[in-house]
Design a protein around this ligand. Structure first.
Ligand SMILES: [Cu+2]
Length: 157
């Protein structure tokens, strides 16, 4: 289901299951050293991503994605971290006319393509998506798209 599209809601997996050596939870505080060097060293792949291509959902309770625009490369995985409850991510073009993805790209979201557009996720959960097609993806939070809760990921070759 979600996995087949390259997206997965992984809840606490990030912190829980991949921490080879370190105690895991201080990733967000210590942005500087460890993740950068740990990237290639092959801990869990989730662990290496949390310092990099991460988008905060509703930081400080705002109806926004931070950063609102992120540029990555084909093959990169982006992680959305839900800092508050009552939000979601949809990059399914049929759900809203603000949503757009490149021709031939896969949609993704915290819900399935035909799922509940207003299903929200809890604070602390994450969504991961690996971008296989270059181009510009505009995704939204369905409950708050009218409030401008819209984000963009630009995927370069
Ligand atoms: Cu929202």
């Amino acid at each position: 289901m979600l996995k087949s599209t390259g997206a997965a809601v992984t809840a606490t997996l990030l912190a829980g299951c991949s921490g080879g050596g370190d105690t895991g939870d201080d990733e967000s505080d210590s942005e500087s050293g460890e993740e950068a060097t740990g990237n290639e060293a092959g801990g869990g792949e989730e662990a290496s991503q949390s310092g990099g291509n991460t988008i905060a959902v509703a930081p400080d309770g705002g109806f926004k994605f931070e950063p609102s625009e992120l540029t990555v490369s084909v093959g990169d995985t982006v992680t959305w971290e839900f800092e508050e409850s009552s939000h979601n991510v949809s990059a399914w073009p049929d759900m809203h006319d603000k949503i757009s993805i490149p021709d031939g790209a896969s949609g993704f979201g915290t819900m399935d393509k035909d799922g509940n557009q207003f299903a929200v996720v809890d604070a602390g959960e994450t969504l991961e998506h690996t971008f296989e097609t270059a181009g510009e993806y505009t995704y939204v939070c369905m409950p708050h798209v009218a409030s401008g809760m819209i984000g963009t990921v630009v995927v370069e070759e």
